[in-house]
Design a protein around this ligand. Sequence first.
Ligand code: FMN
Length: 169
Amino acid sequence: MKTLLTYSSKTGNTKKVAEGIHKILPDDSTLASVEENLNPEQFDLIIIGFWVDKGTADEKAINYMKTIKGKKIGLFGTLGAYPDSEHAKQSMIRVKELIEPQNEVLAEFLCQGKIDPNLTKKFEKLPPDHPHAMTEERRKRHLEASKHPNEDDIKEAQGIFKELLSSLD
Ligand SMILES: Cc1cc2nc3c(=O)[nH]c(=O)nc-3n(C[C@H](O)[C@H](O)[C@H](O)COP(=O)(O)O)c2cc1C
């Protein structure tokens, strides 16, 4: 079975998770940024990594996802929100809706990833009545995100995709 692990990453978080997952994939699997735009037809299993942008996958990841048809798929992503939050759950649902229905999504994983400090600064400048204004809760979440992805996140992702591979043996 030929496996492609492809990812989109603006600031490196998703790339870090991708490199961690790649370590447990068979030696002949391919690791590539979505920007390399590899032909999905050459692969049986495609694992795609994205970063969450406005509650869905980032545009580059979405554009690549749309080119995939009739494949086994694994999804992983990083985001600023907590992975067990409603926002994370809804983001993953939206991503799955973007995948063509002839594909089969067999595994999924999300973890936090540090938020671009420029975005945090933007939130800090918003007036207190703005829906995205910086609150104590939001500050705490950004601080927690700044510690991710960590070793435990990578291990968890590796476990999920190891299980996926063994289910296909
Ligand atoms: C423009 C922008 C929009 C974002 N939108 C969201 C969002 O809607 N929800 C969320 O939880 N995190 C959001 N984030 C946080 C990123 O998803 C998170 O930091 C991610 O780990 C970045 O991944 P990367 O380092 O691979 O680019 C956003 C970050 C940026 C810069």
